[in-house]
Design a protein around this ligand. Structure first.
Ligand code: ZN
Length: 134
């Protein structure tokens, strides 16, 4: 079951620059900065009423975020839904005809299992499922 929107992923050129806006102007508290080696990104999390904002800064020109920034510039990169059973959820949407980027969940930020659905199947929005690790 999809339980809620877990977070919005936002691609930024510089975490330090973007944090000035989120911490300074919006006065949100950064809950932590983490590097996710598998995705070649550095992330910073903010909490807003139980939904998180995940800032994503590329750590390499080969990072998917670097490619996104090149093509589209800074902005909303993905929406993430929290699910209690990520493998089951992937199977359900796959059977419903949705194209998956990842058939199997992998380790994402904040100690979670994550997997992405293809934006061609989701009306243009890169979509992530995430679930807490047992
Ligand atoms: Zn995410």
């Amino acid at each position: 079951m999809i339980q809620k929107i877990d977070h919005l992923g936002i691609a930024v050129k510089s975490l330090d620059e973007a944090r000035k806006y989120y911490e300074g102007a919006l006065r949100l508290k950064c809950e932590g900065v983490e590097e996710v080696a598998s995705q070649k990104v550095r992330t910073a999390f903010f909490s807003v009423g139980g939904v998180h904002i995940e800032l994503l800064e590329p750590t390499s020109p080969e990072s998917p975020i670097a490619k996104f920034l090149e093509k589209r510039g800074e902005g909303i990169h993905h929406i993430a839904f929290a699910t209690d059973e990520i493998k089951e959820e992937l199977k359900e949407v796959s059977e419903a005809g949705v194209k998956l980027i990842h058939e199997e969940p992998f380790e994402g930020a904040a100690g979670k299992w994550v997997a992405f659905l293809h934006p061609k199947s989701t009306h243009g929005v890169l979509t992530e499922f995430c679930a807490p690790k047992e």
